[in-house]
Design a protein around this ligand. Structure first.
Ligand code: SF4
Ligand code: SF4
Length: 190
C-alpha cells in the first residue's frame, strides 16, 4: 500500500466538508474515527488514503488530497463500509460524491481506466436500457487504448460468445424511454 503524504499541520476549512455534505445529503461530521469502515473494506490495501482517513480529510477540508487520491477510484462501491458504520454515515456515497466533484472540477483520475469504464457502462445502459457487453467492451478498449490486453480479452470474449454469454445483437428493455428520461433528469441536476 502506498500511503498518501498528509500535511503536518492543518487549519480546518469547512467549505469542502459543507460541499460534500450538501451535495450528497451526508453527515461526515459525525465520524469519530472508529475505523470500522476501513477494517471491513476489501480494497483498503490498494488505497492511498483508507476510508476512515478519507472521512477525516473531508472533515478538515483537505480537498486536493481527497480528490487526487487513488482511493476514490479504487473504491468498488460495495457498501460494506456503509453497513458497518455505527454512526450511519454512508461512506460509499461519500466516495461517489468525491468522484463526482473530481469529474466536475476536471481533476485527473489517478486510475484513468475507471471513469472510462463507468462512461462505457452508462453509455450502454442509456442506449439499450441494459448492458450490451460486446459494445461496452469495444467502447472501453477504444477509449482506454489498452491494446496490450485486447488480444487476451478478445479470446475470452470469443469463448463467452460461443457459450452464449455474449449476444451479437443487443436486447433492449421495454421501458427504454423511461430510462433515457432518468438520464436526462440526472444530467439536468448535475
Ligand atoms: S464502498 Fe468502497 S470504501 Fe466502502 S468498503 Fe466498499 S470498496 Fe471500501
Ligand atoms: S465506521 Fe463510520 S464513524 Fe467509524 S471511522 Fe468509518 S465513517 Fe467514521
Amino acid at each position: 500500500m502506498v500511503v498518501a503524504q498528509m500535511p503536518q499541520e492543518v487549519v480546518p476549512k469547512p467549505s469542502f466538508r459543507n460541499e460534500v455534505e450538501r451535495s450528497g445529503g451526508l453527515n461526515v461530521s459525525a465520524c469519530f474515527q472508529c475505523e470500522k469502515c476501513t477494517n471491513g473494506c476489501p480494497l483498503y490495501a490498494w488505497m492511498d488514503i483508507p476510508p476512515h482517513r478519507m472521512m477525516r480529510c473531508v472533515q478538515l477540508g483537505l480537498k486536493d488530497e481527497a480528490l487526487r487520491s487513488n482511493t476514490i477510484w479504487v473504491c468498488a462501491s460495495c457498501e460494506t463500509c456503509t453497513a458497518r458504520c455505527p454512526n450511519g454515515i454512508d461512506v460509499a456515497h461519500v466516495m461517489d460524491t468525491l468522484r463526482q466533484i473530481a469529474q466536475r472540477e476536471g481533476v485527473p483520475a489517478s486510475q484513468r481506466s475507471v471513469p472510462i469504464f463507468h462512461k462505457a457502462f452508462l453509455s450502454s445502459i442509456r442506449r439499450h436500457g441494459r448492458v450490451y457487453e460486446a459494445e461496452m467492451a469495444t467502447n472501453f478498449f477504444f477509449r482506454n487504448e489498452s491494446w496490450a490486453s485486447l488480444s487476451k480479452l478478445a479470446g475470452m470474449g470469443l469463448q463467452m460468445f460461443r457459450k452464449g454469454k455474449v449476444k451479437l445483437i443487443p436486447n433492449r428493455v421495454r421501458g427504454l424511454g423511461q430510462i433515457r428520461d432518468i438520464f436526462g433528469r440526472t444530467e439536468l441536476k448535475g
